[in-house]
Design a protein around this ligand. Structure first.
Ligand SMILES: Nc1ncnc2c1ncn2[C@@H]1O[C@H](COP(=O)(O)OP(=O)(O)OP(=O)(O)O)[C@@H](O)[C@H]1O
Ligand SMILES: [Mg+2]
Length: 249
């Protein structure tokens, strides 16, 4: 049986009186690539951030690799260090070189020696094809390159799962492909990934499942990519409407 990596069970969240996640349940096995899509404000970012305990929630339970987030005994910083996160904006330290960006958390959070951290960081930088840029500062790189550094930085921490929140939506169109290529290769290597994106080409290529969340934070669809794309007649009207809109451009 496949090993479960993330289990989101009946999670609800409110901001004051406003409900932003409504009884969400998602189970992700080791090696699964789950694409999350849905309209703006539907709660995609909120949902993905609950997984590494960056967003508290009022109801439900989440376990990551069997470790319950709600258990007061759980060491959240330690768990978070195992959950790689890549955001829309790369959030590299602008005053640190690429190599320093890659090593700082390994040293400070994982307690690695600087030498070990460099070996690991540069290996990941090579993996995303940017070894030639190791001594540059983020401001000297294109958006696509910065995002690839951000991915390399997350990988340097030896994550057990990678979360992506619209990693390509702030990029110029010609840079989207280079970032998606890195993500596709990660997926093919068996990384467990939860990816908020509207890049349906990526979803078609590597997603194990596609989830659609509607406004109000309710999961309307959770199915295989073949079912999601191949059987529009089985989709909810809201999903079809959304897909028509995003596939138009
Ligand atoms: N700090 C906050 N306080 C109050 N409401 C918030 C806060 N952060 C988010 N929200 C609300 O929660 C809902 C879900 O937001 P979220 O950012 O998760 O949506 P999203 O699906 O990621 O949207 P987008 O596609 O625009 O990124 C929205 O209605 C948003 O206005
Ligand atoms: Mg968002």
């Amino acid at each position: 049986m496949a090993e479960q990596m993330i289990n989101i069970k009946n999670v609800s969240k409110w901001y004051g009186p406003v409900q932003v996640l409504n009884d969400c349940s998602v189970s992700i096995d080791k090696g699964d690539v789950v694409v999350v899509c849905g309209p703006s404000g539907s709660g995609k970012s909120t949902l993905i951030k609950t997984v590494n305990a960056l967003e508290p929630f009022q109801k439900g339970e989440i376990t990551v690799n069997g470790i319950p987030l709600h258990d007061p005994k759980t060491n959240l910083p330690k768990l978070r260090s195992k959950v790689g996160m890549v955001f829309q904006h790369f959030e590299l330290f602008p005053h640190l070189s690429v190599t320093e960006n890659l090593t700082i958390a390994q040293v400070k959070v994982l307690g690695r020696s600087l030498d070990d951290a460099k070996v690991r960081g540069l290996k990941m930088l090579d993996r995303v094809g940017l070894m030639a840029h190791k001594d540059k500062f983020p401001g000297q790189l294109s958006g696509g390159q910065q995002q690839r550094v951000a991915i390399a930085r997350a990988l340097s921490m030896d994550p057990i799962v990678m979360l992506f929140d619209e990693p390509t939506s702030a990029l110029d169109p010609e840079m989207v492909g280079e970032v998606l290529d890195v993500m596709v290769s990660l997926a093919k290597e068996g990384m467990t990934m939860m990816v908020v994106t509207h890049e349906m080409g990526f979803a078609r290529k590597v997603a194990s499942r596609v989830i659609f969340i509607d406004v109000g934070g309710r999961i309307l669809e959770d199915c295989s990519k073949d079912e999601f794309f191949g059987h529009p007649e089985n989709r909810q009207p809201r999903t079809k409407d959304f897909l028509n809109k995003i596939l138009q451009h």
